[in-house]
Design a binder for this molecule. Structure first.
Ligand code: CA
Length: 221
């Protein structure tokens, strides 16, 4: 899971980044609204933690800009404690959840997990591409309506990412950003290993290698 943290307090940002990494997230940080807004529009994040009081561009402005352009990345806003109007403004601007400062990291982690679960549940718990059906709840796959096959966590994340971007070339580094779990610097050879495991499950022509570019999900026409 790839997370963007937009927070201008350097101490808080640094300690949150470490805690979030320990919890298994790949974390990018931005220290002002402009940079954060840019990252959120150009990179693919699974979730964003957004402080509202930011230099250059406020958190609310960042959120409004994203939502205006149909960027629906899940966002948790960090508000000042007891500032109820900030919470209201945040929700109006399109926030999915909020957390008042100061907070315990455990609460932030719980809210991130709950939000991701809620969002993933809303989006298709089961979806099919090219005869391959992925069941998100069971983390299993069904091929041409045949036998249900259980996937490991990494296989599931990798296949989900490929299927969501079916027909597009995904580089090894893009894929490792999304399946990142415990490694700070995921080895791109690991992706190759998992791609081969998926090919054994799905059939070897379901994932095409584009030499020097990456992988594409879907059979060649
Ligand atoms: Ca701030």
């Amino acid at each position: 899971m790839r997370l963007l943290l937009i927070e201008d307090d350097p101490d808080l940002s640094c300690s949150l980044k470490i805690d979030l990494q320990h919890a298994g997230y790949a974390v990018d940080t931005a220290a002002d609204g402009e940079h954060g807004e840019f990252l959120g529009m150009t990179e693919n994040y699974d979730i964003v933690v957004l402080d509202l009081g930011l230099p250059k561009l406020s958190g609310l402005e960042v959120l409004k800009l994203w939502r205006q352009t149909n960027n629906n990345v899940p966002v948790i806003v960090l508000t000042a404690r007891d500032a109820w109007h900030e919470k209201v403004d945040g929700f109006k601007a399109g926030a999915d959840d909020y957390l008042g400062k100061p907070f315990h990291i455990q609460e932030l982690l719980a809210r991130i997990q709950a939000l991701l679960k809620r969002i993933q549940g809303q989006i298709r718990p089961v979806f099919s591409v090219h005869g391959v059906t992925l069941n998100e709840e069971q983390q299993s796959v069904l091929i041409d309506g045949q036998q249900q096959i259980a996937l490991t966590a990494v296989e599931f994340k990798l296949l989900r990412c490929l299927m969501l971007h079916s027909g597009k070339v995904l580089s090894k580094s893009q894929l490792s950003e999304h399946i990142y779990d415990f490694y700070n610097d995921p080895d791109s050879n690991v992706i190759e290993v998992y791609i081969n495991r998926l090919r054994r499950i799905l059939g070897k022509d379901m994932i095409t290698t584009r030499r020097g570019q990456g992988y594409v999900f879907g059979k060649n026409p």
